[in-house]
Design a protein around this ligand. Structure first.
Ligand code: ADP
Length: 422
């Protein structure tokens, strides 16, 4: 049995026509009821669970779920099973009434609304009145209703499948466009980078002492390198997203690879007065991996370790052999990472939200990034059949708890992916 509500009696009204909604709401509120309105069947179901009304009024011809379907659901839901559901509709035929009652309605009120009678009728249903249909009518109408539901289900599933296929097609087009646009951008930026590097070399060879010009060239080179990195990150993340990352597995000597990465980072490590400690990797066996992508993943972790560690701190890289795998750790003495964020940081476009923590130059402490570094590293390691995760006590720019990024990489590549059977 429904429990007696405290305060005004709650009524839920489902109606997609705004003027009817307003009229009925005003009318019933003037009678002292508390009226919640829903514009369609689905939100009506949701609101009913929250509001727990003592009575539900519903239009029958509403978009999405019909009033019949909503009434059927109300009679199934434990929260509303005993709540009277009254149809309020413009359809006036006797068969319309029977169909509504068979679907689960307890009463049937026709439009136009009789303003004087409506409150009285509502009170009648609240007091326990229920309309009924005879058994033989019920059997016949139920059969019709079942057929109607089957046909509606088929139509809805077909529409959803079509919409889903269209979304997939558009999503693929978008991803392909990003990859294509990235490749188109990379050609000129690589050229600019090449020519500015050449220019710098020539200036050096000619012994030019024009500091201003040298500085301008350095800035162009730096900006172009950064642009190339951004374009690469966008291409890589799009390839990962659309499962098009094609790895070319070769034997990789991790010790030699890390030496090369560390050599590249030396200028910035020096500039930031950091200690970059590399463990003894001589015991690490040769592994089968894509050297270009693996190098990108490890570089991204080291870039971050440098970026999130204040000047004077320590960044370390070590790797040990484990059963059929290599366990690589990049650790730092930086600001650390909030525990609640430690999974989300591997998502695309995740960036530290607190802009107080941001600086403008990317190599500075907390230099600006745009949240693709870890997503790319994650995608690359996953494509190698490996795992990547982080440990940190939390984010604290004063105490500097640091972070430890782990990569577990199998010595041999995973079996090739099965072609998509869909
Ligand atoms: P970003 O370009 O912002 O650095 P990443 O994908 O590389 O993007 O990293 C995502 C987020 O993870 C960063 O914004 C930062 O909040 C956090 N993060 C990554 N590495 C570290 C680290 N070594 N120390 C502290 N926070 C880190």
């Amino acid at each position: 049995m429904p429990t007696q509500p405290l305060g005004p009696i709650k009524i839920l009204y489902i109606e997609d026509d705004p003027s009817s909604r307003r009229l009925v709401q005003r009318l019933l509120e003037a009678e002292g009821f508390h009226v919640t309105v829903a514009e369609d069947g689905l939100s009506g179901l949701e609101l009913a669970r929250q509001v727990r009304p003592a009575l539900i009024l519903t239009d029958i011809n509403i978009s999405g779920m019909t009033g019949h379907e909503v009434a059927t659901r109300f009679k199934e839901m434990p929260e509303t099973r005993h709540v009277p559901v009254i149809a309020l509709t413009a359809a006036t035929l006797a068969t319309d009434r029977d169909r509504a009652l068979v679907a689960g309605c307890d009463g049937y009120i026709t439009k136009p609304i009789d303003v004087d009678a409506l409150p009285r009728i509502i009170h009648k249903f609240l007091a326990g009145a229920r309309e009924k249909v005879s058994e033989d009518v019920k059997v016949q109408r139920l059969e019709e209703y079942r057929n109607e539901l089957g046909a509606r289900l088929e139509k809805t599933v077909a529409e959803l499948q079509k919409a889903n296929a269209e979304l997939r097609r558009m999503d693929k087009m978008k991803k392909d466009f990003v990859i294509l646009a990235g490749h188109e951008l990379r050609t000129p930026t690589t050229l600019i980078y090449g020519y500015t590097s050449l220019l710098k070399m020539e200036m050096q060879q000619r012994g030019s002492a024009d500091d201003h010009l040298n500085d301008v060239i350095d800035r162009i080179t730096g900006a172009t390198r950064r642009l190339n990195e951004v374009v690469d990150a966008v291409i890589n993340v799009s390839l990962i997203d659309s499962e098009q990352l094609e790895l070319v597995f070769k034997p990789v000597d991790l010790a030699a690879m890390t030496q090369a990465i560390v050599a590249d980072l030396q200028p910035i490590v020096k500039q930031r007065n950091l200690q970059l400690v590399v463990g003894d990797l001589s015991r690490v066996p040769t592994l089968s991996a894509d050297p270009n992508y693996l190098r990108r993943a490890i570089t991204n972790l080291l870039d971050n370790a440098i970026k999130y560690t204040p000047d004077g701190g320590t960044v370390s890289l070590d790797a040990v052999p484990e059963e059929e795998a290599i366990h690589l750790v990049v650790a730092d003495t930086g600001i650390g990472i909030d525990r609640a964020e430690q999974e989300r940081i591997f998502d695309k476009f995740y960036v530290l939200e607190d802009t107080d923590f941001h600086s403008t130059h990317r190599n500075n402490f907390l230099g600006g990034g745009f949240g693709l570094g870890l997503a790319v590293a994650h995608g690359i390691i996953r494509a190698h059949g490996g795992r990547i995760w982080v440990e940190s006590e939390g984010l604290d720019a004063t105490r500097l708890p640091g972070s430890r990024f782990h990569i577990l990489l199998p010595l041999t590549p995973p079996p090739p992916r099965q072609p998509d059977s869909k």
